[in-house]
Write a protein that binds this ligand. Sequence first.
Ligand code: LER
Ligand code: MN
Length: 301
Amino acid sequence: MTMRLSMHNWMRPEPLEVTVPRLARCGYDAIEISADPRGTDLAETAQLLEEHRIACAGGLALFMGGRDLVHEDPFIRQASLTYLIETIDLVAALGGTFVTVPCTVGKLVPMADAQLEWDWYVAALREAQKHADDHGIRLAIEPLTRYETYLINRADQALRLAEEVGETCGICLDIFHMNIEEADWRAAIRSCAGRLVNFHVAENNRLPPGSGAIDWTALLSELTAAGYDDHLSVEFMPALDRTPLSQRQIADAADGSLSQGMIKWLRDHASGVLPEDLYEAYTAQSADVLRHHLTQVSTGA
Ligand code: LER
Ligand code: MN
């Protein structure tokens, strides 16, 4: 088995009918789907994926728009858990094997005592993982940088959380976040080896692979040495550039007709809406560069 390529769709407000054919055109194996369990037509989505031979690798639970498993209000915690459980059902029905769980993006200030928050988080994720176990799904706790969350920023924290949640709870590492928060990205990958179920890729500047400073051969070799052979999930997000130097023509999130939640989500990632031709070019470049380095690693070149 070799690593397969997947890509997210949570940074681009467009229908899956546009996303999925693009992934197929650009040579991807799978999508890591943005989880909208009540807004997704299961039969239509399954048919679309099948038609374009794109698998559902897994899904990402979007902790935005007020969803928060460690909110001080128990009703918000409960509703957020319901969202996660419905996400697990959606991903299972589409044939995926994991649900990535980042903290609430853009929530930078805690609302409760540290131990209390930790206990709420462990309890919620235990319940979700118990439900996931019945469907062959593993949660994948994803550390994010301090600029997106104050709670889970590093692999050692994710590992401790996963251990407390239970044997089947997994981890998703993201090399962009790791570049900011980890002292040693190699050691972080190794430490999560048995629990690593998903891996997000973008350059150190969150541009597509090939437009930054990451040594992809070194990274893919380390993942291989750690026994990782699941998906590399592409997650580029170029920053807005409102200076005269700007070449990318990225539209401010508020320039379109997006929901307030989506506008905040894009802004919390310091990004906006990319023009279609640039998005397609970056999607293609990511796949080409990753496949090139995967070949180098597998042939020892
Ligand atoms: C999600 O995978 C991620 O990396 C964050 O920036 C939150 O979307
Ligand atoms: Mn990520």
